[in-house]
Design a protein around this ligand. Structure first.
Ligand SMILES: O=C[C@H](O)COP(=O)(O)O
Length: 245
């Protein structure tokens, strides 16, 4: 069975004073069957990782190299040394803001594996691609290009995030999510011996009010949550919905 994962991506939000939010989550969610992962800004990775409790720590990006002359970047090795267990790679905001390609994302994923981190590999179509009817084709290209051949389920999570649903309040229908997740599952099962075990997350305007119905969709093993992960009062109902799914 794929692991259930509730991952929060704080993006470029939060300072040390916001880590108290995590303590509230720890108190509320001792369920060992759900992995709760918070990906704060790099400035908070070490502090979060040192906090006691079941919340795991993730980075939001890593460089493909272990070290070197790459001003402003951090490596997967550094994240692991700081106490992280996961790292997001290929988020659509990285693909857009930094021109990241599928090949680069595959390299970053390999770097994550080498450092002992779980890579949360993000894919998703734009609104134009959705409206043009090319969603599954676009996702196929991203899946083929972003996931290394060396991937296996214990160290790879796939997050499907329609770009048009991120931070917009717009959410695909459960039928649309079901179509995509079944497609991803079949594709992974066709490529990897343990393809049925990869955790598949949905991301894009997940809230406490819609989480339960999203988690009922087959092959949805959790969520990658942005805005609603910043406050325990917003994130906690999402984690609860996953615990009850
Ligand atoms: O990484 C998280 C996603 O981009 C979703 O963000 P959102 O929940 O604010 O729509």
């Amino acid at each position: 069975m794929p692991r259930k994962i509730a991952a929060g991506n704080w993006k470029m939000n939060g300072t040390a004073s916001d880590l108290g939010e995590i303590l509230a989550l720890v108190t509320d969610h001792p369920d060992p069957n759900v992995d709760v992962v918070i990906c704060p800004p790099a400035t908070l990775v070490s502090s979060l990782a040192q906090m006691d409790g079941p919340v795991q720590t993730g980075g939001q990006d890593c460089h493909a190299a272990v070290s070197g002359a790459h001003t402003g970047d951090i490596s997967a090795t550094m994240l692991a040394a700081a106490g992280a267990s996961h790292v997001i790679v290929g988020h659509s905001e990285r693909r857009t803001d930094h021109g990241e390609t599928d090949a680069l994302i595959a390299s970053k994923s390999k770097a994550a594996y080498d450092a002992g981190l779980v890579a949360i590999i993000c894919i998703g179509e734009t609104l134009e691609e959705r409206e043009a009817g090319t969603t599954l084709d676009v996702l196929d290209v991203q899946l083929d290009g972003s996931i290394p051949d060396t991937a296996h389920a214990a160290y790879t999570v796939i997050a499907y995030e329609p770009v048009w649903a991120i931070g917009t309040g717009k959410v695909p229908t459960t039928d649309q999510i079901a179509e995509v997740h079944a497609h991803i599952r079949a594709k992974l099962a066709g490529r990897f011996a343990d393809g049925a075990e990869f955790s598949l997350l949905y991301g894009g305007s997940v809230k406490g009010s819609n989480a339960a119905e999203i988690f009922e969709v087959p092959h949805v093993d959790g969520a990658l949550v942005g805005g609603a992960s910043l406050k325990a009062a917003d994130f906690s109902p999402i984690v609860s919905a996953l615990e009850n799914a």
